[in-house]
Design a protein. Sequence first.
Length: 291
Amino acid sequence: MRNMTEAELTEVVLQRYQNTPDPRLREILQSLVRHLHAFVRDVRLTEDEWMHGIQFLTAVGQICDDKRQEMILLSDNLGVSMLVNMVSAGVAPAATESTVVGPFYVPDTPAREWGESIQQLPCDDVPLFVRGRVVDVSGAPVAGAQIEVWQTNSNGMYDIQDAEQPVNNLRGWYRANDNGEFLVRTVRPVRYPIPTDGPVGELLNATDRHPWRPAHLHAKVTAAGCKPLITHIFDAEDPYLDSDVVFAVKQSLVRKFEPVAAGARVGEYGISGPCLELGYDFVLERARTGG
Ligand code: BEZ
Ligand code: FE
């Protein structure tokens, strides 16, 4: 164990993890060591460069708090979150596809009534109604499913980034009725840049990448006996669909919000002015039970 070659060092480190009792943890750690060592050899990393990397990761950790999640942002930016989604999603072809959760999810948001707006601020934005059903892959309704939604305000900021917005602005959850039906009221989502005032912003700058996400509404749909779904609905008219900074767009999640003339939906939505609407069904997979 003295005067080792590069290859011997890797082998010795792998051996040290050999007795990890949990076999999955052992597999993950040994593979991580193998790939990290291969990376160092591949680029012939210098000590200065590694120190720079350590300082970068330290800064990523240090800027995190209960509202700022720079670590998720980094993972999203490197395409790792999306790759994990791809290798682990394994959804049935008929089910709604999932995508990244992102760093701005907040649990335990308020319940919203049928068609109640999640926009808590007075604003002139045209309302957007998303109506549909939560069903399983056979088309059967998932009665009582919870549909949690969140999005930015028209300034491109989530409530937790913006002192001007009330807590839980543009967030909340709806309960599907016995037929699996729901009615969400919000406003048209906007494209927005991810935060660039921290180390991930420095990374984007140094690599000449833009920080934009295409306009989207987030949704997390859960129901007893079903696999939870975390997804987005993307606006089909957004120019950033093909260059999302976090690589999270899937074609099946892209929709056009249709304009509705004033007076056409008084009965359904209770508004007399114009609005936008989208018919959208969430298709959940039933959870496998037993062995
Ligand atoms: C989001 O859509 O909220 C988001 C996702 C990944 C990185 C930054 C933001
Ligand atoms: Fe978002």
